[in-house]
Design a protein around this ligand. Structure first.
Ligand SMILES: [Cu+2]
Length: 694
């Protein structure tokens, strides 16, 4: 028992986690004999990094704020409701992400729906267990069930993470096809590294530390892995395998962008809001590439602001609150709040008897200027009408279920809207499928299709002509290519596809693996694209010219580029830890930039995906990187921590996607950007829609 306490303390010191030891109110491991049943208590919080938080709770042994070491038979509790007080603001799940492959089914945990309930699981089989929220997959907590008999060859204490581990890559934790791999493998080490980066803000990549080597701190302890082999020092092994690159200075692109870029620096901490309500909007100029302003909404306690979209006149910005329940309307020029809509407790939802928890992404409908936000903690998409003064009113909740084939709760995350306002597609993170909904057409007001995609489908993007659409499957490590809603006569992407159809609207055309060439044991083979891997993919917008689908990949820390003519993965480009957000903005003189955001680094990347506009991505290149940490710009709340970190949602203004660009007001600047665009940028569809007037 003593060994087990000492080991945790060693882990704690090695990881350098603030508040890691000594804060338990009543450590039960103080006595000479262990309690017959150890209990681990995680709070489920809104605090960046510490979303599953052991701090301040009664726990036998903490290795960090999100990693507990326990003896076999421990009871693990996850508290969302502590004595009647909600710990986190909105809904979550607690789901097994990694477990020892010999663990029993009863040692895994999942829920059918997002909820605010408490959960428990008893763990007896030794090894590493990682838990995730399926809504917010950066929320991680872990338990190591340590066999007290496990020692190193010379009899020292060592902790065993299990011979083989299993990773959730299917919809259900009980699916035998989930991925089993050696704990001592490239994937095993990657998983450990990711955990210790994600759950410790001190390990996030800080681009203000120019010239220093990036070396996250890991526990410096012996670890017993596959076949009883011992890694004598986990910190040395992980740093040697993955780390040490030198932090580069920021670099401004030489070719200007147009307008500005809004970034949700979701994990930035501010003074008045405190750690339980993280997040700012960072506004960046795309012409001088300087950060201009930070908006935290302290009076509203904006909680993990996640994603934006502008109104068609570019006067308002709509902002979601992923771990809360509000949608905000911001005046884009004055940066002041116009309106907060509470989608769970507000009077409009109460009178209609509808709710929208954890609103994730937001977009407008081009023909009506209505606003839609995916209710990630519920079963549908909330629709709001735009009023003449720019404010919004709640209209209805649209179910993403197919009434003929209902499944478990859908939990749509990042939907996308068609260029003509007639269709919307959702990636349904809980039901592992995608819904295509028709606003107007032959199936007005109906779900056209709801077909399987992959585990934790998280984001989507529709081609500029609605010929097909793409869905990223976060745990499936893949991209599903789905047929679009329009007739095949409009279909332009036939090259290399199987038979070019015929596919029904919403039918799957193919899946593209983001782990191609990857051997979980040894890492990349010669079949890896650019010698890299994707994995844990997130946003996937299609370039306004329709040529590429570009995605941030959290596992590989890479940007993937799919050529939409062949639907093949053509490039992987290094990004940063937690690579996540992508959206396209106009480049001065023609073409587009892809703006990319990583969660666990404080910079924005500017990708010129086709510098010579030859329709190929061979010359795709990061041409700029802008540091988002900046506490000297105007703000409504003092920035106090995680500076510039956590960026996810990203939205350039003006909005230059086909269907929206044509709606830009005439003129040159202010709220009018049409005159700054080239004629090709004003007509990405070759003039089928009437372009805006310069
Ligand atoms: Cu969550």
């Amino acid at each position: 028992m003593k060994r087990y306490v000492t080991l945790g303390a060693a882990l704690c010191l090695a990881a350098g986690v603030a508040g890691c030891s000594g804060s338990d109110p009543a450590p039960p491991a103080a006595g000479p004999t262990p309690a017959p049943t150890a209990t681990v208590d995680f709070k489920v919080t809104d605090i960046p990094g510490y979303f599953f938080d052991l701090d301040g709770m009664t726990n036998p042994n903490k290795a960090s704020r999100s990693l507990a070491i326990v003896p076999p038979g421990a009871r693990v509790n996850f508290w969302q409701d502590l004595n009647g007080v909600k710990v986190a603001e909105s809904k979550h799940t607690v789901t097994s992400l990694i477990w020892p492959s010999n663990a029993s089914t009863s040692e895994r945990i999942d829920q059918a729906s997002a909820n605010q309930d408490n959960h428990s699981v008893t763990l007896t089989t030794p090894g590493l267990y990682v838990f995730v929220c399926k809504l917010h997959p950066y929320m991680l907590g872990a338990v190591i069930v340590d066999d007290p008999n496990t020692k190193t060859a010379n009899g020292d204490a060592a902790f065993d993470i299990g011979d083989k581990l299993t990773l959730l890559i299917k919809r259900e934790v009980t699916d035998p096809a989930n991925l089993t791999f050696d704990s001592n493998s490239n994937l095993g080490l990657r998983a450990l590294r990711a955990f210790f980066i994600v759950t410790n803000p001190a390990n996030w990549k800080d681009y203000t530390k120019v010239g220093q080597a990036y070396k996250p701190a890991y526990p410096a302890v012996p670890v017993v892995v596959t076949n009883g082999d011992v890694l004598p020092d986990l910190n040395v092994t992980l740093q040697k395998t993955f780390d040490g690159d030198i932090i580069q200075a920021q670099q401004k692109p030489t070719i200007k962008g147009i307008g500005e870029v809004w970034v949700d620096t979701q994990f930035e901490l501010t003074e008045k809001k405190g750690p339980n309500f993280p997040g700012t909007m960072t506004v960046l100029s795309a012409t001088d590439w300087n950060v201009k302003e930070k908006i935290a909404l302290p009076d509203q306690k904006m909680n993990n602001g996640h994603n934006f979209w502008p109104s068609h006149d570019q006067k308002e910005i709509y902002q979601t609150e992923w771990q809360g329940n509000s949608l905000y309307v911001i005046n884009r020029e004055t940066r002041k709040l116009i309106q907060e809509l509470d989608l769970v407790d507000g009077p409009e939802v109460k009178s209609k008897g509808i709710q929208c928890h954890d609103p994730a992404h937001v977009m407008t409908r081009v023909d009506t200027q209505q606003v839609h936000t995916g209710c990630n903690g519920d079963d549908g998409v909330m629709e709001l009408n735009r009023l003449s003064d720019g404010k919004l009113e709640i209209n209805r909740l649209i179910s993403m279920q197919d009434p003929n084939k209902p499944t478990k709760q859908t939990q749509p995350h990042a939907h996308w809207m068609g260029f003509d306002g007639k269709h919307m597609v959702t990636p349904n993170s809980n039901s592992a499928d995608s819904t295509m909904y028709e606003f107007t057409g032959q199936a007005t007001g109906q779900v056209v299709s709801k077909n399987e995609t992959g585990a934790v489908s998280i984001a989507s993007g529709i081609m500029p002509n609605s010929s097909k659409y793409y869905v990223t499957n976060y745990l499936g490590h893949s991209i599903s290519v789905m047929n679009g809603p329009l007739p095949l006569s409009n279909y332009t992407g036939t090259g290399g596809l199987k038979g070019a159809g015929p596919y029904a609207p919403g039918e799957k055309i193919k899946d593209i693996s983001l782990l191609q060439g990857y051997d979980p044991k040894n890492g990349c083979t010669s079949d890896c694209v650019d010698g890299l891997i994707g994995g844990f993919p997130v946003q996937i917008p299609i370039s306004p010219d329709g040529k590429f689908a570009i995605t941030g990949n959290t596992l590989g820390g890479t940007i993937s580029i799919v050529d939409t003519a062949t639907d093949t993965l053509v490039r992987l480009i290094p990004c940063d830890p937690g690579c996540h957000g992508v959206n396209f903005g106009a480049k001065e003189g023609g073409g587009y930039y892809a703006y990319i955001t990583p969660k666990f680094a404080n910079r924005l990347l500017v990708l010129d995906y086709d510098p010579d506009q030859d329709g190929k991505a061979e010359k795709a290149k990061i041409v700029g990187a802008i540091v988002l940490a900046n506490d000297s710009v105007p703000t409504d709340d003092k920035i106090v921590g995680n500076k510039g970190q956590g960026s996810q949602g990203i939205m350039p203004v003006p909005n230059v996607y086909n269907g929206w660009v044509q709606k830009l007001p005439s003129g040159q600047g202010g709220n009018s950007f049409c005159g700054q665009l080239t004629s090709a940028q004003r007509s990405p569809d070759g003039g089928k829609l009437i372009p805006c007037t310069p």
